[in-house]
Design a protein around this ligand. Structure first.
Ligand SMILES: [Zn+2]
Length: 74
């Protein structure tokens, strides 16, 4: 089976500051996420590849893997 389980990251909404545990796909970037508390749609900040990099407590898995490679954002 697929060894790469889905990770979870904590996203902090910049609008209402609520924290939500959100599934973090290992091979895709989440570029749009809607806060369940205030319905605000979050998009990555300029220079960030996904909402986890902008608002999460951990960078997305592709970025974590890239730390050594330094290129090819998702
Ligand atoms: Zn919110």
């Amino acid at each position: 089976m697929n060894k790469e389980a889905v990770n979870f990251g904590i996203l902090t909404c910049p609008s209402c500051h609520s924290r939500s545990e959100v599934a973090m796909p290992t091979h895709a970037c989440v570029i749009l996420w809607q806060c369940p508390q205030c319905d605000m749609e979050l998009q990555p900040k300029p220079g960030d590849c996904c909402v986890f990099c902008s608002y999460g407590d951990t960078p997305c898995p592709p970025i974590q893997r890239e730390k050594t490679l330094q290129q090819e954002h998702c």
